[in-house]
Ligand binder design. Structure first.
Ligand code: BGC
Length: 526
């Protein structure tokens, strides 16, 4: 896992070197890619005390001396998680309807439909040195980029990634922002000759803050609520840019936040820099979210009726909060009830990397208790919330060895049990069921967004090449999930239309995207 710093420097590209790529199958390089780290954190509220305590049923052996099969539990799970075409269609339609309701008025639906104040996307003409700070998971990332305009584009990039100590994720706002500002200050001090800040200029920063923020301008926004297991006190209701500015001041760092952006918005900007057809960006990592290019005219809550400018802006949907008509199981309900944010982020809890492993774990515990999946006792280690991580289920699903040895060794490591072939097969089926539901629902969500855009302006997305930029460790590293997502999009749109819809990985686009938006909103002329 990423408990060390990752440093990269490659001239002219956005590629990087990872100093030590760690041990996780799904680990990768940004906030989203820190999914493996986040996924292992105990985001579930302990049942009795601050420390996790095994429940009473841990100590008891499983009941019945008969050999009971886990098959009925699996069959029920598959039935409850099924996403046939009508379910997908319902989710896509409901997503589109919730988008409209959220654009109508604040709190009009589950979807917050946050205005990003990004009205101008990067053009390629941006020049100069810009910084980005990416906070959205258990790591934060700082990056600098030297932009060279249309001809030279990205001349050089350099970044560092630092893991956030778990205690800071539920500490105070000041502690968290001081920690980040210290890292940023140290990074800024290492600016070498490749990166050039003209005399007398203030450094400018694009701040990617990947939580629901009600933006008040391009460079300010109020945190609405934490997600992804964060519960830092004293930040909700505050301007996160002010929090960062104060911390930078305490460090004596002279840097100005020129753009505050969600990671989806950064990804869209970063991808759009290379490809004008990018209209939507989706993050599938620890958490999930999507943003898209919207017509100003189509946002009633902006109170600019009949605007003749035909202007466009980016809207951050915060689709993680979507909940309409999802196929949920008792395991989802239990996990939600015990989470730090019960009743919230239901789509996120069904499809994103922080939760998939945990849902599988809960199913396996049930199978162990009621159907002797692991023999006469329930493995105590498996009772630990979040002990099975999404990278584990991904690795198990990809096991192509004859006896599913990878599955065996993951089970041994995570649960401390030896398993037979039939148990391993059952477990792969459980992983597949949960990943399939997640991928297909994510695909339906994407179609919902495209559908809404198309309904407003015929031909705008379905009649031409349209790119959906994807990022996040779950999307990047889970091939089956990716395949299920694509399948759902094709099923919903049909072969002809889906040929025009390019769902494309935009690796680490959000960091560069935030720096580009800092450039677009620079106080200096390019
Ligand atoms: C946050 C979003 C973010 C997404 C992906 C969600 O939990 O609410 O703002 O874009 O995670 O990082």
């Amino acid at each position: 896992m990423y408990h060390q710093q990752v440093i990269g420097l490659v001239k002219g590209t956005s590629h990087y070197k990872v100093a030590d790529s760690g041990d996780s199958a799904i680990a990768s390089s940004t906030e989203k890619q820190a999914m493996s780290v986040t996924a292992s954190l105990p985001a579930v509220r302990p049942l009795r005390s601050a420390r996790w305590v095994p429940r009473a049923r841990v100590v008891k052996s499983v009941r019945s001396s008969l050999t009971i099969s886990p098959a009925p539990i699996l069959t029920k799970l598959q039935r409850d998680c099924a996403t046939p075409l009508p379910v997908l269609r319902h989710v896509a339609d409901a997503m589109a309807a919730d988008m409209r309701a959220g654009l109508e008025v604040d709190a009009g639906s589950d979807l917050k439909m946050i205005l990003s104040y990004v009205d101008a996307l990067p053009t390629g003409n941006e020049k100069g040195l810009f910084y980005a700070l990416d906070l959205g998971g258990t790591n934060f990332r700082v990056l600098r980029v030297q932009l060279g305009g249309k001809d030279e584009r990205v001349i050089a990039t350099e970044f560092e990634q630092v893991s956030i100590p778990p205690e800071l994720m539920s500490g105070t706002s000041e502690e968290l922002f001081d920690f980040i500002a210290t890292g940023l200050t140290q990074f800024a001090q290492k600016e070498t000759g490749k990166f050039h800040l003209p005399q007398g200029r203030t450094r400018e920063l694009g701040f990617t803050f990947s939580f629901p923020v009600k933006q008040t301008s391009i460079d300010s926004g109020i945190l609405m609520n934490w997600t992804k297991g964060f519960s830092v006190s004293g930040t909700a209701g505050k301007d996160v840019v002010a929090c960062l500015n104060e911390a930078m001041k305490r460090q004596g760092l002279n840097m100005r936040v020129s753009a505050l952006v969600n990671d989806t918005v950064g990804t869209l900007a970063g991808a759009r820099y290379w490809d004008d057809d990018v209209m939507v960006a989706v993050i599938l990592g620890t958490g999930t979210n999507a943003c898209y290019v919207e017509c100003v005219n189509a946002i009633p809550k902006l109170h600019k009726p009949n605007s003749t400018t035909g202007g466009k802006t980016i809207v951050n949907t915060e689709w993680g909060a979507f909940s309409n008509g999802l196929p949920l199981t008792e395991f989802d309900q239990e996990m939600d009830a015990q989470s730090k944010n019960p009743g919230e982020q239901i789509f996120e809890k069904t499809i994103s990397g922080m939760y998939l492993g945990e849902i599988v774990r809960r199913v396996l515990v049930r199978m162990a208790e009621d159907a002797r999946l692991f023999g006469d006792s329930v493995p105590e280690k498996l009772l630990m919330p979040f002990s099975l991580r999404t990278p584990d289920i991904c690795a198990m699903q990809q096991d192509s060895s004859k006896d599913f040895e990878v599955v065996g060794s993951i089970l041994y490591n995570v649960a401390g049990v030896n398993s037979n072939l039939s148990t391993r097969k059952t477990i792969i089926d459980v992983c597949d069921t949960i990943a399939k539901r997640g991928g297909r629902l994510a695909g339906a969500g994407i179609v919902g967004i495209l559908q809404k855009m198309e309904e407003d302006s015929q031909g705008i997305v379905f009649g031409k090449r349209t790119v959906v930029a994807m990022d996040g460790g779950l999307y990047e590293h889970y091939p089956q999930y990716r395949m299920y997502l694509q399948d759902a999009v094709t099923e919903l749109l049909g072969d002809e239309i889906s040929k025009n819809i390019i769902i494309e990985h935009s690796k680490d686009g959000s960091g560069i995207g935030a720096a580009l938006l800092a450039a677009t909103n620079s106080m200096y002329e390019h």
